[in-house]
Design a protein around this ligand. Structure first.
Ligand SMILES: *Cc1c(COP(=O)(O)O)cnc(C)c1O
Length: 401
């Protein structure tokens, strides 16, 4: 079978809920992937930042293989010897106290919403049928029925109602709107430190700090979704650390599994987590020993290889190299660390999809995020020589736009 055959087969038996670039990957290592014909590409998407440690990092693969020779799944009906050490490391890196392990990012967000709501009802005295969580326009927090209920993207939402109530939407990066939206039924705010899916939307410096201050003043919760921005992607272990604050609840996922396995968690304080009692929430696979072994190894790689500092250094270098190309059609570049959005000046209805297709033909895999922006988010293990390799190819494609 060739690439065309695989694409056809996938399109025949797989639901069309994505519009992938026409490349069929069959092998990967570090920042590189190979297609079925053996052509090499640089992965500049990292599965939406789920592969910060690089494809098949040997230490993470070893942890997985070792654990598969011991025990993979116990369920939470019993304890296992991998969950405690992993959660301790996760809590310490986040500067928080307790975590609830799940599998996908959406589940971490759902867990955080349940945690916040229960706290609102049990500790804050908000009536059971009331309570509001404030969210931001153009948010992306996942795909469950409740989460899409507060999406502002019609593609994610249309036809999936009726929706879950209890959410109030305000503009992103707007402190005044936040203050105005708070009332006696407000439980807290759920926010991304940088809106990844909205086009690498970086808020003004001090935004999170202001949110923290107001939440403290009003006695409501700051819930930060770092599923995409976490684990060194933006140059710090977590993006909230750029502003020297801490959330009350942190949602993590994606790179927590090192690109090998879905691992996510809601991380919080002991006081908040105490609202969960046996039976109130759970997951068959959440906290399984294989996931925990992989996640702990994934965290260790981030720390040992100082991928936070590397992300900052390579991110700044990459952006400087693109700026130096002086491409007339680039409108602006938004970035923090290796989470980079390059926005183009295009006509109405035009998108960057054809540019991404050209990049692909030239060996660089990057994807549009929002119509006019290309996201560059390579694995954080990328070297300077590898950035240079990519820039050579990006240059030709961008100059032809
Ligand atoms: C990817 C993502 C999610 C959802 O994670 P899944 O593993 O796809 O469920 C939630 N929030 C943000 C910010 C994300 O980038």
């Amino acid at each position: 079978m060739n690439a065309k055959d695989y694409i056809e087969l996938e399109g025949t038996y797989g639901a069309h809920n994505y519009h992938p670039l026409p490349v069929v990957i069959s092998k990967a290592k570090g920042v590189w992937v190979w297609d079925v014909e053996g052509k090499k590409y640089m992965d500049m998407l990292s599965s939406y930042s789920a592969i910060n440690q690089g494809h098949l990092h040997p230490k993470i693969v070893k942890a997985a293989v070792d654990q598969m020779g011991r025990v993979s799944l116990t369920s939470r009906a019993f304890s296992n010897d991998r969950m405690g050490p992993f959660l301790k490391m996760l809590c310490e890196l986040a500067g928080l106290e307790m975590a609830l392990p799940m599998n996908t990012g959406a589940e971490a967000v759902e867990t955080s919403i349940k945690l916040a709501r229960r706290w609102g009802h049990m500790k804050k005295g908000i009536p059971e049928d009331k309570g509001e969580i404030i969210v931001c326009e153009n948010n992306f927090h996942g795909r469950t029925t409740t989460i899409i209920s507060f999406s502002s993207d019609p593609d994610s939402k249309k036809g999936f109602g009726p929706f879950t109530p209890g959410f109030v939407t305000i503009p992103y990066n707007d402190i005044k709107a936040f203050e105005k939206a708070i009332n006696k039924e407000t439980i807290g705010i759920l926010v991304e430190p940088i809106q990844g899916e909205a086009g690498i939307n970086v808020p003004s410096p001090g935004y999170l700090k202001e949110l923290r201050r107001i939440c403290d003043q009003k006695g409501i919760l700051l819930i930060i979704d770092e599923i995409q921005t976490g684990f060194a992607r933006t140059g710090k272990m977590f993006a909230f650390q750029h502003e020297g604050i801490k959330p009350d609840i942190l949602c993590v996922g994606k790179a927590l599994g090192g690109g090998l396995y879905p691992v996510s968690a809601a991380v919080s304080t002991r006081e908040l987590m105490s609202v969960f009692k046996p039976g109130s929430h759970g997951s068959t696979f959440g906290g399984n020993p294989l996931a925990c072994a992989i996640a702990e190894a994934s965290l260790k790689v981030l720390v040992e290889e100082k991928l936070d500092a590397k992300s900052k250094e390579m991110g700044d270098y990459f952006v400087k190299r693109i700026e130096d190309l002086k491409i007339e059609k680039i409108k602006c570049i938004r970035h923090k660390g290796l989470l980079i959005g390059v926005e183009f000046k295009l006509g109405p209805g035009e998108t960057v999809r054809p540019i991404c297709e050209k990049l692909m033909e030239n060996g660089v895999l990057a994807k549009d995020t929002h119509e006019k922006t290309i996201r560059f988010a390579p694995p954080l293990v990328i070297t300077k020589a590898e950035v240079d390799w990519a820039i050579e190819r990006i240059k030709g494609v961008f100059e032809a736009v």
